[in-house]
Design a protein around this ligand. Sequence first.
Ligand code: THU
Length: 134
Amino acid sequence: MSEFSPHHLFEAARDAMSKAHAPYSKFPVGAAILADDGKVYLGANIENLSFPQGWCAEPTAIGAMIMGGGKKVKSLAVIAEKLPLCTPCGGCRQKISEFASADTLIYLCDDAGVQKTVTMAELLPYAFETDTIG
Ligand code: THU
């Protein structure tokens, strides 16, 4: 068993959700990434009075991972207070895929724990991928 079980990652995402700044949507979301360096990186959604300037929990966690030295998402848990099994939005799927593999596990949670596990490939089939850029 790895050091961080899916349930540990759920608990980390739930802790992250408590830091959400979501006064406009009142829809707190938390995300926790287990990265290739063995560390867990956290994120919550952070909204803004100028609504389009806010961002989701997942990019907060990705930013924490990159700045902390992690390079790849091994698994990711996401939780929303008001929506059991909240899945990452479309933009977040693309953002996660940049740092994930087809078999990266995404844990969808409710307030009790992980309720469904999907792979990155299931979450974002026909992902935008090309060798032409970069
Ligand atoms: N939200 C996330 O943080 N992640 C998602 O994948 C879905 C949506 C946030 C954005 C916004 O702050 C609130 O949930 C309502 O859309």
